[in-house]
Design a binder for this molecule. Structure first.
Ligand code: GLU
Length: 409
């Protein structure tokens, strides 16, 4: 069935009665594409959704059991704003066990997903006009969250030739008097790049010269890692006092909808985040918090079967995409995305459709191959598209065959 994609509303119709804040806020490209794919599926179109970063596994039974127990134990009241204290103790243990980080419970804040954890940190640190450095490609919501806080998102570019990582020199050149925060994400969404300990040590040498810059280290993909040992930036002694370590349950534990994120941070930042959260959402869901204790107290070996499966899918999708002419790929070392450079298609006519940019390309794939992906523009990399391989091997195979056919002249 031919989709007339242009008849479908990608974006909200923005009325002039709305605040400038919301009118200036971009729609989340990942969520917009996922909503679009869902809408088309509901219309009966066989869309393969590879747009969303969402594990297709069920939440492990031992975590579900803890949630059911919490309901039976009548956990139904408001929780402390920053989370139950026994949960915060489990988070401290996790940080120590997996990351070699020592946090006390007054340095922990539990939130409604890592997205809220990040938004809290940006809201409490950024004044209007402050610059926030984002290493491109970066997750779509970082820039939007900075814009909401009236900060300036400043991109540090990287591309496939540097495996989408930045060098100390690039970092140094991007720092100005207005720089207040840098957001670093390893393993990275969307590129899958993972910084080594040595690379982080080299970057920290530059940051040591600028003691007023804070670092938000988003480690949500920590466990989805295919070889380079995960290293937490806050483990570097000179970084600990100015790094906010963000993590959560969504990706490694297949708990996207449970909405649990958390930070480990200097106490004054944790306190400020609690104050912010206390006026906006309060403590997050009590049942999900109880289940999180079970998840974090367990050995990470209990979730390894999912990581192993993601690794097989990574091999598969890389092999299949390499067979398509015009796709330039890096090898992702973590997370569950590939981020090919598809700029060789720009300016070309494919089956009567002119491709001018990555957005045209993703619309073409949706229309002609019925495969949902996300354009790289929203990630600060307009030559690329993001394809999630958090989907079954069958779906991946079918999707790539469709993409290949759609691109054949
Ligand atoms: N973080 C996931 C992604 O990048 C979930 C969607 C979102 O919140 O952006 O696809």
């Amino acid at each position: 069935m031919k989709i007339n994609i242009f008849k479908l509303n990608f974006f909200v119709n923005m009325g002039n009665k709305l605040s400038e804040r919301i009118n200036n806020l971009p729609v989340s490209a990942t969520l917009a594409m996922a909503a679009k794919a869902r809408e088309l599926k509901e219309m009966g179109i066989d869309i393969i959704g590879l747009s969303l970063g969402e594990p297709d596994f069920n939440t492990p039974d031992f975590i579900k059991k803890a949630a059911k127990q919490a309901i039976d134990d009548n956990y139904n009241s408001y929780t402390p704003v920053d989370g139950y204290s026994d949960l915060k103790k489990s988070i401290c243990k996790k940080f120590n066990r997996d990351n070699g980080l020592n946090y006390e419970i007054n340095q922990i804040v539990v939130s409604t997903g890592a997205k809220q954890s990040i938004a809290n940190v940006v809201q409490v640190l950024i004044n209007p006009g402050d610059d926030v450095l984002l290493v491109a490609p970066y997750w779509v919501s970082y820039s939007a969250i900075v814009i909401l806080a009236e900060g300036n998102p400043i991109e540090i570019s990287s591309d496939i030739s540097s495996d989408f990582k930045i060098t100390p020199l690039k970092l140094e050149k991007s720092i100005t008097k207005k720089t207040k925060l840098i957001i670093i994400n390893s393993p990275n969404n969307p590129s899958g790049s993972v910084y080594t300990e040595k690379e982080f040590l080299e970057l920290s040498k530059i940051l040591e010269k600028h003691p007023d810059i804070y670092v938000l280290s988003d480690e949500i993909y920590e466990h989805i890692n295919y070889g380079i040992p995960h290293f937490s930036l806050a483990k570097i002694p000179s970084m600990y006092e100015r790094t906010i370590t963000v993590n959560g349950l969504a990706k490694a534990f297949a708990m996207t909808g449970w909405r649990i994120g958390y930070i480990g941070a200097p106490e004054w930042i944790a306190k400020a985040c609690t104050k912010m959260q206390g006026q906006i959402t309060s403590g997050t869901n009590c049942i999900a918090q109880r289940a999180t204790i079970a998840a974090l107290e367990a050995s990470p070996s209990k979730i390894k079967y999912m990581v192993d499966e993601f690794e097989c899918r990574r091999e598969l999708i890389i092999k299949l995409l390499k067979e398509i002419k015009g796709f330039k790929l890096n090898e992702p070392k973590g997370a569950f995305y590939v981020f090919p450079d598809i700029s060789s298609f720009f300016g070309k006519n494919i089956k009567g459709k002119k491709i001018n940019n990555a957005s045209d390309f993703t619309i073409y794939l949706l229309e002609k191959a019925h495969v949902a992906t996300v354009s790289g523009d929203a990630f600060g990399s307009p030559k690329n598209i993001r394809i999630s391989y958090a989907a079954s091997k069958e779906k991946i195979k079918k999707a790539i065959i469709r993409i290949k056919l759609a691109l054949e002249c």
